[in-house]
Design a protein around this ligand. Structure first.
Ligand code: S3P
Length: 443
């Protein structure tokens, strides 16, 4: 799964106007395929994100014995039941997708066979011990490269035991890996989470009929899952992705004259931190037609050019609810007045790239002052339209870094070029055509 030769890209824009229909939620898309594959019978999914990351999960589920196919607009998954995965015939290549490899490692680790996982140059650098450590408690053994990196073989537990595990880093992927492993183990698997992360796994497991309870002990969430349930196939309408919505929303805030509607965005509180932060910065961003769909709050977002954005200190306790949005937030911060301070974000260093380093290097090449430390960074705003631009920036195989700099380019004095736009296809293949529909131009 590689993108072939690098494809540089640059963007400019006049006022952005119109409606931006962003694709389905990446996190929910992965989970609908994995849980569909672990139910007996046919799960039907509409609105699935058809990006490379989710397609990697689809291919993996086929390798484990499920049938996954698209009929018209509906993705159909015929599952093999909890504990029913078959031994894959080949290596599972998860491409760029940390969510795929970590969730699937969990789901497969309580099956009595070995699976070898790999990924692209970005994924092979990312830490996997955070997942294989708790999987070892179930009885699975991991053998990988130094530093707990891919390629890696996980020998699954043929006689798994349930575990109680306190997640040491704020990570929905780790939490989900443990819960998915707990499905094929007998008894109660318990996950303790001190910092709340996205809760799509918990919501969807309940939707598929798993016996799962979320309680509070002191300041922690305690999630208890009873193992070996019969999961019942579901009909799932995937909501649109707030992390993808972030790009047209932020572009509208910083490009003069813009007025953009982004309909039907999931506003699950574990995901919506960016929008609150933008409003705290003085963004003209409103929620219209607020409603509930499939148990998730959602709204149409309306974003208009906001000439009075001001830098703020982002509350660190909000970090998990906007962890994927710091790259694009730093672009908004560069177009605000004053300094934006982002603390408690060490996790940004182990995403598809070291996102603090990638954004800091690129922003500095465009004339923006950035200071950073292990788990914090600060961006000095240059006011509306104040980013000089004119540079070529490296995206380091990171889709969100690429899209962030393309949005930055639309508001900069001189266009910014990203060295490779290929990674955008991992999460948002229609990014370019959607932004062109609002009035942006790419070259
Ligand atoms: C995801 C969780 C987050 C996020 C990733 C998707 C998920 O990672 O960055 O894009 O779907 O569970 P962590 O949970 O590792 O922070």
């Amino acid at each position: 799964m590689s993108h072939g030769p690098a494809t540089p890209l640059s963007a400019t824009a006049g006022a952005l106007t119109g409606a931006a229909h962003v694709p389905g939620d990446k996190s929910i898309s992965h989970r609908s395929l994995i849980l569909g594959a672990m139910a007996v019978g046919e799960t039907q999914v509409t609105g699935l994100l058809e990006g490379e990351d989710v397609m990697a999960t689809a291919a993996a589920m086929r390798a484990f014995g499920a049938t996954v196919e698209k009929r018209g607009d509906v993705w159909s998954v015929h599952g093999v039941g909890v504990g029913g995965f078959l031994e894959p015939e080949d290596v599972i290549d998860c491409g760029n997708s940390g969510t795929s490899v970590r969730l699937i490692m969990g789901a497969a680790a309580t099956h009595g066979f070995a699976v070898t996982y790999t990924g692209d140059g970005s994924l092979r650098k990312r830490p996997m011990a955070r997942v294989t450590d708790p999987l070892a408690l179930f009885g699975a053994a991991a053998h990988g490269r130094s530093g707990g990196r891919l390629p890696m073989t996980v020998v699954g537990a043929s006689d798994p035991v349930p575990v109680r595990y306190e997640v040491p880093v704020p990570s929905a992927q780790v939490k989900s890996a443990v819960l998915l492993a707990g499905l094929a183990a007998p008894g109660e698997t318990v996950v303790v989470e001190r910092e709340a992360t996205r809760d799509h796994s918990e919501r969807m497991l309940k939707g598929f009929g798993a016996d799962l309870e979320v309680g509070i002990e002191g300041d922690a969430n305690v999630i208890t899952l009873r193992g070996q349930p019969d999961l019942t196939p579901q009909t799932i309408a995937v909501p649109r992705d707030p992390s993808s919505a972030a790009f047209p929303v932020c572009a509208a805030l910083i490009v003069p004259g813009s007025d953009v509607l982004v309909p039907n965005i999931g506003l699950n509180p574990t995901r919506a931190g960016l929008f609150e932060t933008l409003r705290d910065m003085g963004a003209d961003l409103t929620y219209e037609n607020v409603r509930e769909e499939g148990g998730e709050p959602c709204a149409d977002l309306r974003a208009r050019f906001s000439p009075d954005l001001r830098g703020i200190e982002v509350p660190p306790e909000r970090a998990a609810s906007m962890i994927d949005e710091y790259p694009i937030l730093s672009v908004v911060a560069a177009n605000a007045s004053g300094t934006t301070v982002m603390r408690g974000v060490a996790e940004l260093r182990v995403k598809e790239s070291d996102r603090i380093a990638a954004m800091a290097d690129g922003l500095q090449a465009c004339g923006v002052t950035v200071r950073d430390g292990d788990d914090w960074w600060e961006v000095d705003g240059r006011g509306p339209g104040g980013v000089e631009g004119g540079a070529t920036v490296a995206v380091h195989l990171d889709h969100r870094v690429a899209m962030s700099f393309l949005v930055a380019s639309m508001a900069a004095k001189r266009a910014i070029t990203v060295d490779d736009s290929g990674p955008v296809a991992t999460s948002f293949p229609a990014f370019r055509s959607l932004m062109e529909g609002l009035g942006a131009r790419f070259s």
